[in-house]
Design a protein around this ligand. Sequence first.
Ligand code: GTP
Ligand code: MG
Length: 139
Amino acid sequence: MSTNKTFTMIKPDAVADGNSGAIIKMIEEAGFRIVALKKTQLTPERAGQFYAVHAERPFYNDLCKYMSSGPIIPIILEKENAVADFRTLIGATNPANADEGTIRKLFAKSIEANAIHGSDSDENAQIEGSFFFGNVEQF
Ligand code: GTP
Ligand code: MG
C-alpha cells in the first residue's frame, strides 16, 4: 500500500446508532476517497487479533467484547497525507478531549465506545487494511 492510504473502521456504537452515513459524509467532505468498504462483524477472537498490540492493557477484554458486539464498517481510504489527516479528522481517543468538529467529538460516547478507528502509521494502515480486505493493491 502506498503512503497515501489509511484504514478506518466505523465501530459498533456508531453503526448501531445510525451514524455511519453522517460519518462517511464527513470523511468524503474532508477529501478522502473510498477505496474499499464493507459491513461485517468481528468475533471476539478476531477483535483480539486486530487489537493484539493492546493485549496487556487492563481494558483489552472489554475492548474485544465491545468491538465484537455488533456490525462494523471497515474502510480503506485514499488522500494525500492520509494517516495524519485522518487522525486529525477523528480527534482524540477520549471524546472528552477531542477537538470541536471532530468525528469523535460529535459521535463518540466514551473512551471505549469512541465511534471510529484510524490507523496510526502507514505500516499499520497496510496491515489493518489487509486484515479485512486481503491484498489492497488490487484497488
Ligand atoms: P483506535 O483508532 O481505535 O486504535 O484508537 P486510538 O489509536 O485513538 O487509541 P488506542 O489505539 O490507544 O486504543 C484503541 C482503542 O481501545 C480505543 O479506540 C478505545 O476504543 C479503547 N481504549 C483506549 N484506551 C482505553 C481505556 O483507557 N479504557 C477503555 N475502556 N478503552 C480504551
Ligand atoms: Mg490505535
